[in-house]
Design a protein around this ligand. Structure first.
Ligand SMILES: [Zn+2]
Ligand SMILES: [Zn+2]
Length: 351
């Protein structure tokens, strides 16, 4: 089978390997959709960040995999041949405290391996997955919906739950890349009435507006804080999420949230500067860090997406076959797009 690898230096190479055989507790998944995440670009495609066990290990890329089980290994308990599945993209040891809480992302064991980083990921025709890492994808959702749940939408849902977004809230989202757009979409579904985005790139502003995800989009810059206050009665939004990972973007989210407001930081890398007394202590604000999600919360998200009748795949602006994965990564790295997906079979046309 063909698989795509990321040697760094903004390149993609293809290699042919044997179709893997599922061992005990494992299944073989026929890939249907595999979306590209901002962290693939930041930490693998451009250059290999991360050291030791956190480094990319030269495996098949892709940590947002979704497909169908085509072969069961021995000892499978719940999923079956034919099951449509999302792969929670970190395979934890299963027995440390964080794994027992379902947060395999923060597993600290040497046995932890993320798909597309330390073990083969979804940019191939087939993926070998551990059954414990699977989330059932209901028929109401598409495989491309599922691929986005595997990382981006799961991550956003966790952050919005941490800051308890509800119908009481105006929500500010700084950075309208795919994760920011997902934050607007889920915040609306969770009841938020006023959604404010901050974004510079015109394609992304247009996408947020065309899809009706943001009520107002403000350009970053020295006036952004004043403009956010102006549209929220001078007080700022109750909740703010930074997905930009940009120093100023983060500071804006923290400063713009109103007194008693809650802020979630999701975008990675960089730093942030703010003045603790006037910016968070005196105004009684809470800042939350949020990293991916737990597998139980991912199952809840899947159930809620069906109930809300919304589809993450509306954020996908470009679909490529596996053979054109190099074009897909290049486009995602340019930022002139919404979400970019590598798709297989019927999923390629999005019908
Ligand atoms: Zn990701
Ligand atoms: Zn663990």
């Amino acid at each position: 089978m063909k698989g795509a690898y990321l040697p760094g230096n903004s390149t993609v190479i293809f290699r042919d390997t044997a179709i893997p055989k599922p061992g005990h507790g494992q299944v073989l998944v026929k890939m249907k959709a595999s979306t590209i995440c901002g962290s693939d670009i930041r930490a693998i495609y451009r250059e290999h960040l991360g050291k030791g066990p956190e480094a990319y290990q030269g495996v098949i890329a892709g940590h947002e995999p979704c497909g169908q089980v085509v072969e069961e290994g021995p000892g499978i308990r719940r999923f079956k041949k034919g099951s449509r599945v999302i792969v929670y993209h970190i395979s934890g040891c299963g027995v440390c405290h964080d794994c027992r809480m379902g947060y395999m992302i923060s597993c600290s064991s040497e046995h932890r391996a993320a798909y597309g980083w330390q073990r083969d990921g979804g940019m191939a025709e087939y993926l070998l997955a551990d059954e414990k890492d699977l989330v059932l994808l209901p028929d109401e959702l598409t495989y491309t919906d599922g691929a986005q749940i595997a990382c981006g939408f799961g991550t956003v849902y966790e952050a919005l739950e941490k800051i308890s977004v509800s119908g009481d809230d105006a929500v500010l989202v700084v950075g309208l890349g795919p994760v920011g757009l997902a934050a607007l979409m889920l915040a609306r579904a969770m009841g938020a009435r006023q959604l404010i985005g901050v974004e510079l790139k015109q394609d992304r502003i247009d996408l947020a507006k065309t899809l009706g995800l943001a009520d107002v989009v403000i350009p970053p810059g020295p006036d952004a804080l004043e403009q956010i206050r102006a549209v929220t009665g001078g007080r700022g939004p109750e909740k703010a999420v930074d997905t930009s990972g940009n120093d100023q973007g983060r500071a804006l989210a923290i400063k713009a949230a109103r007194q008693w407001g809650k802020i979630a930081l999701v975008g990675e890398g960089g730093t942030v500067g703010f003045n603790p007394s006037p910016d968070i202590i005196h105004p009684q604000k809470s800042v939350y860090g949020s990293w991916v999600t737990s597998i139980w919360r991912m199952e809840d998200l899947v159930e809620h997406l069906v109930r809300w009748n919304i589809h993450p795949d509306i954020l996908v602006t470009h679909r490529f076959p596996l053979e054109k994965a190099d074009e897909a990564y290049r486009l995602m790295a340019s930022g002139d797009c919404g979400k970019v997906a590598v798709c297989f079979d019927e999923e390629l046309t999005g019908q």
